[in-house]
Design a protein around this ligand. Structure first.
Ligand code: ADP
Ligand code: MG
Length: 477
């Protein structure tokens, strides 16, 4: 009856599942990985410092209970934190949580005090400005309901949700969401604003793009209303500024933003910022601003994986009342891998094309539309797509190809997929390996050599590969 970290943690999860809501379980416990069990110490890996603090704040009693239940009074829990911080993305560090038989928190060295909202109001009476008059500028369509959760956005989304539940009252202040174009930053920023407003209708929430902020400021300077401008922004309870990379090089705007930022932060209001770059990569930004961004949490948004892309399309179709066959949705999701905006764009152009020409939407139509779409954006074939075509060809489930199994037939299909991924995409060997059963770059190189050798020696094999190549390039051209 050997206990392993996996078996112990699975048993813990079973109990936890019965004690927390489904959503909370998904958000806070599914992402946890048990990594080892030594001397009655179970080490679990959590995605971030934030995640760790959240567990400590909300689930300490429950975790203690399940640990004692599984490992007895000697049982301890240790966290390993996978830092999401832009400064050191690959770094890992460990937090030792001494056994807490008396339930005391103070022994946990990493348990930072949370910045509790003091609820201080702006002490100035601002003539002519009534809080109720501020239009939040929020787009109701960009809510949490329509924002699909995935591995790609888990931290940012849950941090956003936490902030919305306790604006100014978490340690994620400011919350900086970053990611490249079309990844959902604006959507998530609105979602946070909408959620704050719906839970706290009395709070003044404002969404503004950096561009608009900059224009308003220049106008204010020109019209001698600089003070009104500053006062207006200083009375906001939750200020959301989109695309702050736009402030780069604009010293005066950064300066006024710095003062507004300080005032809001000091009085316990919430700041949510988005940027197309990680804070470290933001050039032309004053150091004192950058250092303030680090006070809170920076969380990134990445390109959704295939399943999430499918879920996003399905959600969009549901919201818009559209019904499309699953194979078409899958085809779009396989083919468009650049960003979410393009993904939606492809769906919309297929619908538009079909309704303009009064044609039924078939896979053929979808393919020809996507071809154009993909060509226009000089797109390369994706690893996902190659895997899909290879798996269809060999009638294998894609999961198997992505698994670690060493079954002969799967190994060969996997090698072929690696071979095509190497020759048809710009992906690195290690990325290809990671996508094909978690292999390393050497395995991918070996696969490419094997396929080349086999093509030289085995005619039938070569014919298969050539046929597959045609399939891949034909449908993705
Ligand atoms: P960004 O501001 O990062 O450039 P947007 O927020 O404008 O990106 O997102 C582009 C489009 O993709 C929007 O229509 C948005 O609703 C959609 N989108 C992005 N991520 C998601 C997601 N996780 N779930 C649903 N829709 C998403
Ligand atoms: Mg945006």
């Amino acid at each position: 009856m050997d206990k392993t970290h996996i078996s112990v943690w699975n048993k813990c999860l079973k109990i936890i599942k019965d004690n927390v809501s489904g959503q909370n379980f998904k958000t806070w416990f599914e992402p946890i990985k048990a990594v080892r069990l030594e001397n009655q110490i179970l080490t679990i890996e959590v995605p971030s410092q934030f995640f760790y603090e959240w567990l400590e704040e909300h689930y300490l009693t429950l975790l203690k209970k399940v640990m004692r239940n599984q490992l007895g009074n000697e049982g301890r829990l240790e966290y390993s934190i996978l830092m999401e911080n832009a400064l050191s993305s690959a770094q890992q560090y460990k937090v030792k949580v001494p056994g807490r038989t008396n339930g005391e928190l103070k022994n946990a060295p990493m348990n930072m005090p949370v910045n509790i909202n003091s609820g201080i109001r702006n002490p100035f009476v601002i003539p002519g400005l009534k809080k109720v008059n501020v239009d939040s500028q929020l787009n109701a369509g960009y809510s949490f309901d329509t924002f699909v959760e995935g591995e790609c956005n888990r931290l940012a989304r849950s941090a956003g949700y936490a902030v919305a539940g306790k604006p100014g009252g978490t340690s994620f202040n400011p919350l900086l969401i970053y990611g490249s174009v079309g990844m959902g930053k604006t959507h998530l920023a609105h979602a946070i604003g909408i959620e704050i407003k719906s839970r706290n209708p009395e709070k003044t929430v404002l969404y503004v793009s950096s561009e608009k902020f900059t224009h308003q400021f220049t106008d204010a300077v020109r019209n001698n209303t600089h003070n009104d401008f500053v006062h207006f922004y200083q009375m906001i309870d939750a200020l959301i500024i989109d695309d702050i990379q736009f402030f780069a090089g604009k010293e005066k705007t950064q300066d006024v933003f710095f003062h507004i930022f300080n005032h809001l932060h000091q009085t316990g209001r919430q700041l949510v910022l988005t940027s197309d770059k990680a804070p470290v990569d933001l050039q032309g930004m004053e150091q004192r601003l950058l250092s303030r961004f680090k006070w809170g949490l920076s969380a990134d948004l990445q390109m959704p994986d295939l399943e999430t892309r499918i879920a996003i399309l399905m959600k969009k179709m549901y919201v818009d009342g559209i019904d499309l066959p699953r194979e078409i949705v899958e085809y779009i999701a396989y083919s468009i891998t650049a960003n979410v905006r393009e993904l939606e764009g492809a769906l919309i152009s297929i619908l538009a094309q079909a309704s303009l020409n009064r044609k039924a939407i078939t896979l053929e139509l979808a393919k020809s539309m996507i071809d154009k779409f993909v060509k226009n954006t000089t797109h390369e074939v994706s690893i996902d797509y190659i895997q899909k075509v290879v798996c269809d060809y060999f009638s294998l489930p894609i999961d198997l190809l992505k698994s670690k199994t060493r079954k002969r037939q799967v190994v060969q299909a996997r090698q072929i997929a690696m071979f095509f991924a190497k020759s048809m995409t710009k992906s690195s060997l290690s990325l290809i390996g990671a996508n094909c059963g978690g292999k390393d770059h050497a395995t991918v190189l070996h696969a490419c050599r094997t396929v080349n050798n086999l093509m030289d020696t085995d005619k039938k094999f070569k014919a298969n590969v050539v046929e597959l190549q045609k399939k891949i390039t034909h449908t993705s051209k």
